[in-house]
Design a protein. Structure first.
Length: 154
């Protein structure tokens, strides 16, 4: 495994649409491993492949100790609505209020190449939505309702 560099706002890669993964192979499995290690080292709860310069539809999320490795993910159901604070490893030093679904169900391939469905509530739903946005070149700041003063967050 390796720590990869995380791209920051302003890098054009973050605004591109990622390509689907045709098959889960050793490269994709190493990418998942590297992304998880990179996310943990940066103290994040999610990371999308474009954030490390790879334009593939691959996401890792870790909430409450549970890891989700999502390949070609799609949201198949969304319910409710909640506005809460968000930040991003690619937009350091900033945070803002974003409205997201309260509950989402995601269908994706796993590292085993099989299709799985996961339903997330609260933070997990928010992380799924946030990371899947990255795959379409969307950053949370594009959906931000109000920027938060980071000095008040301590």
């Amino acid at each position: 495994m390796a720590i990869r560099d995380i791209l920051h706002e302003g890098d054009p890669t973050l605004r591109k649409i990622s390509k689907p993964v045709a098959q889960v192979d050793g490269y994709i499995q190493r990418l998942l491993d590297d992304m998880l290690e990179t996310m943990r080292q940066a103290d994040g709860c999610g990371l999308a492949a474009p954030q490390v310069g790879v334009l593939r539809r691959v996401v890792v999320v870790e909430v409450e100790g549970e890891v989700f490795e999502l390949i070609n993910p799609e949201i198949i159901d969304a319910q409710g609505e909640v506005t809460d604070a968000e930040g991003c490893l690619s937009v350091p030093g900033r945070a803002g209020l974003v409205t997201r679904p309260q509950t989402v169900t995601v269908r994706a391939m796993g590292r085993d190449g099989q299709v799985h469905e996961y339903t997330g509530h609260g933070l997990l739903a928010r992380a799924f939505c946030h990371e899947l946005d990255h795959l379409d070149g969307v950053l949370y700041i594009d959906k931000m309702i109000e920027e938060l003063d980071m000095e008040d967050e301590d």
